[in-house]
Design a protein around this ligand. Structure first.
Ligand SMILES: Nc1ncnc2c1ncn2[C@@H]1O[C@H](COP(=O)(O)OP(=O)(O)O)[C@@H](O)[C@H]1O
Ligand SMILES: [Mg+2]
Length: 252
């Protein structure tokens, strides 16, 4: 298991610009193993961009990203995925024409084929994992429903199910709780707490401060591509300077 101060992923002096717009401005951030770190900050702060940089969808202009002390900053997206980094997208990116089950199966590693030694056992294990994920996300009754026919919250849970299916060590979740009704939010929390109990490291982007307070072990506050603060939720959220930025009262 993890030690309290283990750092699974370390972002070091990361920079990225789009033309003249600096979307990552010398960001240094550690994601500690086995806890939930929340990225907070106003719209356009660069939160999603940071996920894109971590997962290799964007290449940093300079700086480094260390995964268990090894640089991953210039690896391809699929290579980073293989290491054990999974993410969800703000816009979900489901395969709309595929069923719930198919959407989940596409992200499960095949590892071995049926005709290989151990292949049959792998298939049995895969089926068992699929069923566990369907149960955890309350999607059992919808296995054969195309993703496009799901309700809003069900789509969010399918997106989460696809992250769960990767068996990654770290989950990067882009606004997974936004727009969830009370009951769905409770289920989301339960899934998250189970994952953390099993040793998964989580980084969540979240807007709603009530939710942020409810789930975060640590908070990282971003604004205009800069990491303004990171630390315990109380310390970060009670900083009046950050509150002013968050609520748009930035001094002239
Ligand atoms: N591919 C891109 N090309 C140009 N600008 C982009 C691109 N992606 C994001 N941006 C800009 O970068 C800034 C940060 O965006 P984003 O990371 O999506 O913010 P957040 O997730 O915090 O709301 C925004 O101003 C956005 O318009
Ligand atoms: Mg975003």
């Amino acid at each position: 298991m993890h030690h309290a101060n283990d750092i699974l992923l370390s972002i070091r002096n990361l920079n990225k610009s789009f033309g003249g717009l600096k979307v990552a401005n010398d960001i240094s951030l550690d994601l500690h193993a086995g806890i939930i770190t929340t990225l907070v900050g106003p719209n356009g702060a660069g939160k999603t961009t940071l996920f894109n940089l971590i997962t290799g969808l964007l290449v940093p202009d300079s700086g480094d990203i260390l995964w268990q002390n090894q640089s991953i900053a210039r690896l391809k997206n699929w290579q980073i995925g293989r290491l054990g980094v999974a993410r969800s997208f703000q816009d979900l990116r489901l395969f709309d024409q595929m069923t719930v089950q198919e959407n989940i199966l596409t992200v499960m590693e095949t590892h071995s084929w049926l005709w290989q030694p151990g292949g049959k056992q792998a298939a049995v294990d895969r089926q068992r994992r699929l069923e566990a994920i369907l149960e955890a996300t309350h999607l059992e009754k919808l296995v054969h429903v195309p993703a496009i026919d799901l309700a809003y919250a069900e789509r969010k849970f399918l997106s989460l199910a696809r992250v769960m299916a990767t068996q990654a060590k770290i989950w990067l979740l882009d606004e997974p709780a936004s727009g969830l009704d009370r009951g769905s939010y409770e289920l989301f929390l339960k899934i998250l707490r189970n994952a953390v109990r099993e040793g998964i490291t989580v980084c969540i982007i979240e807007h709603n401060l009530d939710i942020v307070v409810g789930i975060s072990d640590r908070i990282a506050f971003l604004d205009q591509g800069r990491l303004l603060a990171q630390g315990e939720p109380d310390a970060v959220l009670n900083d009046p300077h950050l509150a002013a930025i968050y609520f748009g009262e930035r001094a002239a």
